[in-house]
Ligand binder design. Structure first.
Ligand SMILES: Nc1nc2c(ncn2[C@@H]2O[C@H](COP(=O)(O)OP(=O)(O)OP(=O)(O)O)[C@@H](O)[C@H]2O)c(=O)[nH]1
Length: 684
């Protein structure tokens, strides 16, 4: 028993010790855990401090970086950080203002080899697929383009994964690349057979590439009219294009007309405040044009070829950078315009040479009989070559007082009295002076009343347009005019056209004088030099024709033989010259009082023969009597003024020869003389 009770105490003590040990151990473990926790917490705090430190360092690094940097939330794409360069790039003051909408800018380029970069889609791609690299084109606050070589990468930042954007400015390279590309295309356009406007459009795009908010246009100079015409095809509204087209080269004619006139830079910072725009301000307002900077495009020898204008929709002035950027396009524009002008000249020269060659052959090979059709076809040809409505040859009279339209294409209708067109020396006074001064003359409607009168006569079907006249010269005399008319108000008479038609006028002149000479010879061969009536040879021909016709159709015709009474006495008393005058006057009296179908010729010295087709002997007698009376009533340029004629009439009988007919008329005339003269006898 004792033994058991003696065991209890040690057992209790042992248990107590064990319990104590357990408690001490637990306490020790708790203390240890606490210690560990403390260390861990210290470490965590340290690492958080280090993360913050490294983010701060990262930002400090970015703040001073030459690269644009933005840190964006992976999910909502909000901007957590943006360095100064990035803020400046987007034109905002803080990262809070940077939304994707602000960053997503519209493509401002009318012609560009690059397409718009959709930034938001790149953000999405970077979030899903990891790092992305792309080129991004933006327009900075000042309106200049900026190209970035951009990367988007997912990185840990302040304990989270975020998207880091970096952008390296590659604008200089991009501008060089793009302008090179455009320059090459412009050169290709110039060397190929594209129109000038295609090359100028590309040259304009070269400048717009560096100045996207500008609207640019090149105008080319028409040297002849001294006006500027649209050379490139700017995207302005129709009313602005119309209002500015044909802009005169004059200081005061908007910015371009002024720049071309002073051959130097003109800047209109605010169109509203520039009175050179008074006439064009309304059109500018409608087109949304508020400022204009114009540089003359100068040729290699310094003369003006056109203007290069830069328009903005707000008041604006070019900076040094803009002026610098325009140097290349300006040079190229000058090259293009000169090249096209040279090409145009060459092509026109070839066409003109061909034209002159063809016309020359045509004019030189035509004889007098084909002159009319030949000249008409030349005029037709020239109308088509110059693309005008009418061409005319105005032939000057010997004394130079009248210019008569002898040829015209298309035909000029005679006036109400059946008269053809003729202009007096007075009417043509100012054109003729201009022709003497510079070798040609261009007149426009509504330039002067005198010019309007001339144009109304030359082109009655038009009340607008213009006319070019070049001289037809014989010796040193203007013997006629070659005129071209167009109803097109905008028609441009090119120097080249004038140079082409001038030699044609000379060729026409010699063809016409050849024809005139031939006509003169023919006239002389058929006419009596003194009276201008047909001569005996032609009269016999006509008699032969009448005999043939009457015998074929069974008709008759009458013949009157007139003889001046006592003409020898006129000669003897007043002289041969007075005799001649009397003969001329008798001839005029007879020829002025016969019908159009009748024929009169000088048969001999003071004898005249009249043929009356389809007229009986009796009627022939009446006609003869009538004519005799006309002569008898006439006062002649001799002292007593009286001259009479006697006449013998015969009529065709079947089988008659010329001799038979004339013989009978002569016999009747003889009787008239015998009976006392100043009377008519018909043959028996
Ligand atoms: N002035 C001039 N005289 C001419 C011309 N041709 C002929 N004569 C002249 O005309 C005259 C004609 O005279 P004659 O035949 O004798 O007849 P006439 O004197 O008219 O008398 P009758 O016929 O009998 O009335 C001649 O003296 C000619 O010399 C001419 O072209 N000019």
């Amino acid at each position: 028993m004792t033994d058991v009770s003696s065991l209890i105490l040690p057992a209790v003590i042992g248990l107590a010790v064990l319990l104590l040990i357990l408690v001490i151990h637990r306490e020790w473990r708790v203390r240890r855990l606490r210690m560990d926790n403390l260390v861990l917490l210290q470490e965590l705090g340290e690492s958080q401090r280090r993360v913050k430190e490294s983010s701060r360092e990262l930002r400090e690094l970015f703040d001073h970086s030459a690269i644009s940097v933005m840190l964006l939330d992976r999910y909502d794409h909000s901007v957590r950080y943006a360095n100064d360069l990035a803020l400046e790039m987007f034109g905002v003051d803080s990262a809070n203002a940077l939304t994707v909408e602000v960053m997503q800018q519209p493509d401002a380029w009318p012609v560009s080899p690059y397409s718009l970069v959709d930034f938001e889609s790149w953000l999405g791609k970077a979030g899903r697929l990891g790092m992305q690299r792309f080129e991004w084109k933006l327009v900075n606050r000042s309106g200049y383009p900026v190209w970035l070589d951009a990367t988007l990468a997912s990185i840990p930042y302040e304990g989270r994964q975020i998207l880091m954007f970096t952008g390296v400015n590659i604008s200089a390279r991009k501008i060089a690349e793009s302008t090179d590309w455009l320059r090459n295309r412009a050169m290709l356009a110039m060397n190929g057979d594209r129109p000038l406007s295609a090359a100028l459009d590309l040259i304009v795009a070269m400048f717009q590439f560096t100045s996207p908010y500008a609207r640019c246009a090149i105008m080319t100079l028409d040297e002849h009219t001294q006006t500027l015409q649209w050379g490139s095809r700017p995207g302005f509204g129709e009313s602005f294009l119309k209002a500015m087209d044909n802009l005169p080269v004059r200081y005061g004619a908007a910015t371009c007309g002024s720049a071309a006139s002073i051959q130097g830079r003109v800047v209109t910072a605010d169109i509203d405040k520039d009175d050179r725009w008074d006439r064009y301000r309304k059109a500018a307002e409608q087109a949304g044009v508020a400022s204009c900077w114009s540089e003359p495009v100068l040729a290699s020898d310094g003369h003006v070829l056109g203007t290069f204008a830069v328009y903005h929709d707000r008041p604006w002035e070019p900076a040094e950078q803009d002026i610098e950027s325009l140097t290349g396009p300006l040079y190229l524009a000058s090259l293009a315009i000169e090249r096209y002008q040279a090409r145009d000249r060459l092509q026109r020269m070839i066409a003109a040479e061909k034209t002159i060659r063809e016309i020359s052959v045509q004019l030189q090979t035509m004889d007098a009989s084909s002159t009319d059709s030949g000249v008409s076809s030349v005029l037709n040809f020239l109308c088509e070559y110059l693309q005008v409505d009418r061409s005319l040859v105005l032939q000057g009279s010997q004394d130079g007082t009248l210019f008569e339209a002898v040829y015209s294409w298309p035909l000029l209708e005679p006036d109400e009295d059946g008269e053809g067109l003729a202009l007096t020396r007075e009417e043509l006074d100012s054109p003729l002076s201009a022709i003497r001064a510079k070798g040609f003359c261009v007149i426009h409607f509504q330039q002067s009343d005198a010019d309007d009168e001339v144009l109304e006569l030359l082109m009655p079907e038009h009340d607008t347009g213009s006319c070019l006249m070049v001289p037809i010269v014989q010796g040193d005399r203007i013997s006629g005019l070659l005129a071209f008319c167009t109803g097109d108000d905008k028609h441009r008479w090119q120097e080249f056209d004038i140079n082409t038609v001038t030699p044609v006028a000379a060729l026409l002149g010699s063809a016409l004088s050849r024809k005139n000479l031939m006509d003169e010879l023919t006239f002389q061969a058929l006419h009596d030099r003194l009276t201008g009536l047909y001569n005996r040879g032609k009269t016999e021909d006509r008699l032969r024709q009448e005999i043939a016709r009457s015998s074929r159709y069974g008709n008759t015709f009458s013949l009157i033989l007139f003889d001046v009474d006592h003409f020898k006495l006129v000669n003897d008393r007043f002289g041969h010259n007075a005799g001649d005058d009397v003969l001329v006057e008798v001839a005029a009296q007879l020829s002025n009082n016969i019908r159009v179908a009748d024929f009169i010729g000088r048969w001999g010295g003071e004898e005249f023969l009249v043929i009356l087709p389809e007229t009986s002997l009796e009627s022939g007698g009446e006609v003869a009597e009538n004519l005799r009376m006309h002569v008898a009533q006439r006062t002649f340029p001799i002292p007593d003024g009286g001259v009479t004629v006697s006449a013998g009439v015969s009529a065709y009988l079947p089988g008659d020869s010329i001799q038979d007919l004339v013989k009978r008329a002569d016999a009747a005339l003889y009787l008239a003389k015998e009976d006392g003269r100043n009377q008519v006898k018909v043959s028996a």
